[in-house]
Structures are given as C-alpha cells and as structure tokens.
Design a protein around this ligand. Structure first.
Ligand SMILES: *[C@@H]1O[C@H](CO)[C@@H](O)[C@H](O)[C@H]1NC(C)=O
Ligand SMILES: *[C@@H]1O[C@H](CO)[C@@H](O)[C@H](O)[C@H]1NC(C)=O
Ligand SMILES: *[C@@H]1O[C@H](CO)[C@@H](O)[C@H](O)[C@H]1NC(C)=O
Ligand SMILES: *[C@@H]1O[C@H](CO)[C@@H](O)[C@H](O)[C@H]1NC(C)=O
Ligand SMILES: *[C@@H]1O[C@H](CO)[C@@H](O)[C@H](O)[C@H]1NC(C)=O
Length: 369
C-alpha cells in the first residue's frame, strides 16, 4: 500500500517535472547572460506601480507577446478560443527583488493552464500555475538559471475555487527569501539556502508575464498533457482567465539593471542610472479619447472647425455646380478632367480632417499601438 503510494507519487513528480521542462523550454530568452557578454540591459521599474486591467494596457510598459486581450468591467480576459491560442503579456520593465500582487480568476477546463510568472534573462523563474480541471488547487514553483533537472521544486496548495472567484496571489521576493501568499495567508516560503545554498535561488532582475496556454494540446508531450489534466477539448472553448488588477513593486531603484559577469549571481548585477524612464509614463494621465478632446476644445476653436468644414463643403458644392454647368458647355473629354479636379478637392478635405485627428487623440492612439 505504502509502496504503491510512493510509486504514484514518483510518477506524479516525473510527469510534473516533464511539464516544467516544457514551460521553461517555452521561455528561452534571446540573449543568455550566462553565455554571452553585453546582453541588452534590463530597464528598471524602480517604483510601485498599480494597474487596473479594466482598461487597455499601456504599450510603453507592456508587450503582448502572443494573441490579444479583451477588456471588460471585470478585467482583462485571456482566452483560448482555438488550437494553440495562448494570449500572453510581458512587462518591458524589470524588478530586482520586489513584490507582485495579482487579483485574478484562473481559466477552467482540462488541459488549460493559467500562469503568473516572474522571469529573468538567465531564466531564473518564479511561478504560480493553475490546471483548469483542478479548480481547488494552485501550484507554486521556481527555477534558478534555467535548471529544471530536479523534481522537488514544485508545490501544490489546496484553496477555494480558483476559477470562479478572484483571489489575491502575492509574491514577495527578497535576497533572503521568497514567499507565495494567497488571500493574505502565507502558503510557502523558500529561503536562499533552501535552494542548494542559493545556487538555484531566483536572484536576477525579473519581468512579469501573465498568460494562459493549452498544456493539454493533443500534439504536445504526453507528460505535459497528463500534468495539464488531460487533452484540451477545443470544441468546448472559450476558456478564459481574467486578471482584474496588478500591483508591482521594485525594491531597487535604478534606470536599468545589467549583468556584470556570467555568474548569474545577484552580487554581479549592476544598478545603472538613477531615474527609471517608466515612472513618468506611470504618472501620466490616461490618454484622452477623440471625443474628450473635442469636448475640451474652446468654443472658438470648435466654431472654426465647423466653419472650415462648412466652408470646404460649400466650396465642394460650388465646384460641383461649376463642373455641371461647365460639363453642359464643353464636351465629355473636358468633363473627365474637371471630375478629377473635384476629386482632388475632396481629397484635400479628407487630408485636413485626418490631420486634425492626428494632432488630437489620433497621435496618442498611434503611440499606444
Ligand atoms: C477599475 O476601473 C473600473 C472602471 O473604470 C472601476 O469601476 C473600478 O472601480 C476600478 N477598480 C480599481 C480597483 O481601481
Ligand atoms: C514584443 O513581443 C514581440 C512578439 O513576441 C517580440 O517580437 C518583440 O521583440 C517584443 N518587444 C519587446 C520590446 O520586448
Ligand atoms: C541542476 O540542479 C541539480 C540539483 O538540484 C543538480 O544535480 C544538477 O547538476 C543541476 N544541473 C545543472 C545543469 O547544473
Ligand atoms: C494581497 O495580499 C498581500 C499579501 O498578503 C497583502 O499584503 C495585500 O495587502 C493584499 N492586497 C489587498 C488589496 O488586499
Ligand atoms: C532623478 O530625479 C530626481 C527627482 O526628480 C532629480 O532630482 C535628479 O536630478 C534625477 N537624476 C537624474 C540622473 O536624472
């Protein structure tokens, strides 16, 4: 009996580690600071940043690395609609020790994996993960320097329904210890020494990644599919994870973090500059819509715009009349010439309108793309 239990535990751990290597494999970075000198520096957040996800993400701070999000009154929806959908966002900022608080509902469904990840360029990683069919569990995990060869890092924690209700998932990460908190309760602590004397402890600047992915895709690895609760049923989609809000705190202050050597040790990380370029962006008022801009225009300006469009309209009308009269007088040949002149006038009007749009609102829209 006891040995059967041991066998199934070992089996579980094997499957679990098989999946973990896939997760890690998915997240290879472009320049590995453990292998290369002069990888790009990591721009620092350098402050505390709270974010309400009922509104569109600021693209100066975030990159949507896969798929697209939908915004509702509840928050941002990350949805799997069809095969291999895996909407994912990634922060452009990094924190070097810090805190990440996320209010979210995980996605239901077997084969569906929701995740909150902190990850560095040399693949130190801190995870929260949910398997859609295990509604009452959340998993915790970590990696150091991309090493995924041991079986004992993952944790599985019983909780209230993770898919129906919003919960507060908070990571608190310092150089001494890493804590996973659920709704104000400490679930797990990993000390620096716990990770083989710090060797595999996550200790380099991290960015924030949120996403949902089909761990149970039928073409995936068997171990991964089993870990994800079985094959995903795409016909029963959509499967949606909802993130309501975020709060990210960077415990260091700098403009950027830089790997000083190839050790991946926290002591090797250099703090460059004093002021984060993100702070100004965070404190900016949200961009105004075109209608807000219009409403705020002084009346005189509005009248001028109306008058000029009316004026343009009148000129266009006169041109048309002129063209018609002239058309009667001259032959068909010349008519086509005048017609093209009319079209040119029309184009001028349109150019004016789009110029107005782009000077107001439109410019902001472009910047946010
Ligand atoms: C987020 O924004 C929505 C819509 O503007 C608002 O109703 C809600 O109260 C905000 N939530 C927080 C936590 O600020
Ligand atoms: C944003 O994500 C896209 C898609 O993965 C990638 O090609 C691009 O390099 C990323 N940009 C930044 C600034 O991370
Ligand atoms: C990864 O860590 C394990 C111990 O947890 C160790 O035995 C193994 O050698 C490490 N792998 C690498 C590539 O360093
Ligand atoms: C979320 O949990 C963390 C950790 O317990 C706590 O510090 C924080 O205040 C909580 N957030 C809210 C909004 O309750
Ligand atoms: C950083 O910001 C502070 C406060 O706004 C300012 O006094 C200081 O000059 C800035 N430093 C640099 C290097 O820009």
């Amino acid at each position: 009996m006891a040995s059967r239990r041991t066998t199934s535990l070992l089996l579980f751990l094997c499957l679990f580690s098989a999946l973990l290597s896939t997760v890690t494999a998915q997240t290879f970075t472009a320049c590995d600071p453990l292998k290369e000198d002069n990888c790009p520096i990591n721009p620092a957040l350098s402050t505390t940043y709270s974010l309400n996800l009922t509104k569109e993400l600021n693209t100066v701070l975030w990159n949507t690395t896969n798929g697209a999000l939908t915004y509702t009154d509840e928050g941002a929806e990350f949805t799997i609609n069809r095969k291999l959908d895996s909407p994912t966002i990634q922060s452009k900022f990094y924190i070097f020790w810090g805190r990440l608080e996320v209010f979210m509902k995980a996605a239901p469904g077997k084969g569906v994996v929701s995740s909150i990840v902190l990850q560095s360029e040399d693949r130190d990683e801190i995870d929260w993960e949910w398997v859609g069919s295990e509604t009452d569990f959340v998993q915790s995990n970590y990696f150091g320097k991309g090493n995924d060869s041991s079986f004992d890092r993952g944790g599985k924690h019983e909780m209230g329904n993770a898919m129906n209700d919003f919960h507060n998932y908070t990571l608190h990460w310092t150089k001494e210890k890493l804590e996973w908190w659920l709704d104000g309760k400490l679930l797990r602590t990993l000390t620096y020494d716990d990770a083989e004397g710090g060797k595999w402890y996550p200790q380099t600047p991290m960015n924030v990644r949120l996403g949902v992915w089909p761990g149970g895709d039928p073409d995936g690895r068997k171990g991964t599919i089993e870990w994800a609760g079985g094959e995903i049923d795409y016909d029963a989609s959509p499967y949606t994870m909802v993130v309501k809000s975020l709060k990210v705190e960077d415990f260091s202050t700098a403009e950027a973090y830089k790997y000083g050597d190839k050790s991946g040790d926290w002591e090797s990380i250099e703090l460059i500059g004093a002021n984060s370029t993100f702070i100004e962006e965070i404190n900016k008022p949200p961009p105004k819509s075109l209608s807000q801009k219009w409403a705020e225009l002084p009346n005189g300006a509005k009248i001028a715009v109306y008058a000029s469009s009316a004026g343009v309209g009148l000129i266009a009308l006169l041109a048309l009349i002129f063209v018609c009269i002239k058309q009667r007088r001259v032959g068909r040949k010349e008519y086509s010439l005048e017609e093209s002149k009319f079209i040119t006038d029309q184009n001028n009007t349109m150019t004016m309108q789009s110029k107005w749009n782009s000077n107001n609102g439109g410019y902001q829209e472009l910047r946010r793309i």
